[in-house]
Design a protein around this ligand. Sequence first.
Ligand code: WTA
Length: 712
Amino acid sequence: MSEDVQGQAAEASESSESSEATIAVHWREEGYYPPPPKFIGQANASDPAILDRFAEANFPECFREYADLLEWDEYWHTTLDTSNPPFWKWFVGGKLNASYNCVDRHLARDRNKAALIWVPEPEDAADAVITYQELYRRVNEFAAVLQDLGVQAGDRVTLHMPMVPELPVTMLACARLGAIHSQVFAGFSGGACGHRIADSDSKLLITMDAYYRSGDLLDHKVKADEAVEAARKEGQEVEKVLVWRRFPGQYSAKTPMVEGRDVFVDELLADHKGAVVEPVSMPAEAPLFLMYTSGTTGRPKGCQHSTGGYLSYVTGTSKFYQDIHPEDTYWCMADIGWITGHSYIVYGPLSLGTTSVVYEGTPNYPDAGRPWRIAERLGVNIFHTSPTAIRMLRKVGPDEPAKYDFHFKAMTTVGEPIEPEVYRWYYKFVGKGEAIITDTWWQTETGGFLGTGLPGLYAMKPGSCGPAALGIYLAILDENGDPIPKGSGKAGNIVARNPWPGIFQTIWGQPERFVSTYFAKYNKDKDSTDWHDWPYFAGDGAVQSEDGYFRILGRVDDVINVAGHRLGTKELESSALSVEEVAEAAAVPVVDDVRGRVVEMYIALKPGYSADSGVEAKVKTAIETDIGKIARPKNIWIVPDMPKTRSGKIMRRVIASVSNFADVGDITTLANPEVVDKIRDRVQSAKRAQGEEPRELSETEAHEIKTYGEQE
Ligand code: WTA
């Protein structure tokens, strides 16, 4: 597209002002970028007839089209069973194996094509190219190891692994046996991993000794010892810890192996060379994996995803939205430890038989040109990342992409709203004006994309995720459950009115919480078996413009989205409260140029304790131990008292406003309004001393801060 067309397309016009909005928002309406004809010509979805096939009148049978992308051992008899709402069952009667679908079925045609290309972080180290045949061999051999250890269908196995090919191998080996894997992001602490082990009753932990991150070879095995200890405190005994070695045959961690409990995987594999394990034919609704995510309470939620529904959904969405063809070289720069990596590094792309790139390290190591060198060298043509990574790469190396000869046809973003400014850089400099951008709104719970446009059929609009995905009927509801019309400029809660195959089945061990968190809000008849009565409440605020595109405003619950990762306020606060001196703790989001949001923690001390007793350091350590370094607050403010309502509730919106240099709003209802000035003076002068200047918040940012914690 010429500069000229781009300029016109991106020209902004003002949207009409709204009045009496539940949550008032008015933003600059952005222009459209049409997909380039070259893209449309080769797109998997370029005929608008697909929209009719997935129209509501054809629901739920429309999703046969996704399920038919898989190989089934037995075909299903019921596409959607709604008899036990809202525990929907998809493709009932069907049987399949996820590992077979991601590996074995590609052998006939693509045996020696790369399934995974692993790029180690040290730049002078060689890539590992793993063909489908090699993947088949590795998955089978490791499945044989697991089988030997007694792992069976339905068992939970916890993984705490970094970005190495052994991670997808381990996941697929579990799936081959019908065992439920629960991968914990490697950046999480041993304590957080231990809690997830206990929550899921896993007896087996699979980890790696070490991995590279920002130039350092980190000792990761130490976290396994902490995890086992933490699980034990919750009553769960881990019987075996399997340790993959980053360099097989050579142990790279300092922590000793525990006799009788810890075993090196490479040693076990030696006894299973060439082993072949029959894939276990699993019912469609058998769980494939658990993925823990944060919520409003301190206890993380183990989102349970199904085999048939989930795999169908990620395969279909990878095909139509990421436009993956088997001959593409696809790179999703997310971590497999998050849902994005499960759905769109491992299961979706491998099910389609494409080549999926796995990169071990940080995007800016050793410099901001690294991703573009990898893309150039490997001939990557589809690229998937988060707004945080884009912001960071733009900040540290805005001109870097131009130095490398890579050409993407498609790019995806996920995890947070992307600022139109940042979007335009991504489009122009990374996409070089040739690539489409698919902004995808979804969640750990949803398995795959919910709000996004088919790239060959819809023009892109910076800052909007687009319309609803195929077969998803999204709506925005007000607090009473009444629909907010599109184009009204009013925001509300975004819901999916219908079930879809990728939706999680339940929260592991907490079915009541599944119902109360996601469905109770808008369900009017709990005995109804009609899915129309069970809108899925996503917990995000959104507005819909006249053209039907959705713009996501962020969480309406107590979750802070740091660099696209969900951190529960309550998790952070309960960790801080474990420090002896701390009487009260409140975590709030602070708008950040690169990470989207960062956390600041406010602390009030118990009587008799003083701030110089090293409390700050203790709180930091507690959070790193309980959750991980990723959750470390930017600042910890020790305040004389928290601003509170007369009923004693901490007014998080007031401190959030202070931290963001925003207007604190009405504080006349506080029990202690006088404390606000004191806190503001202390915090803001300390911030200025650190070199932080007040920044102007966008409408949506201001809205989030102003209402923070008000939805409890
Ligand atoms: C946010 C990540 C705006 C949202 C797949 C959601 C987004 C939460 C987008 C889920 C997007 C995700 N635009 N916001 N394209 N994608 N979010 O579970 O608040 O880690 O509820 O899943 O991230 O985060 P999660």
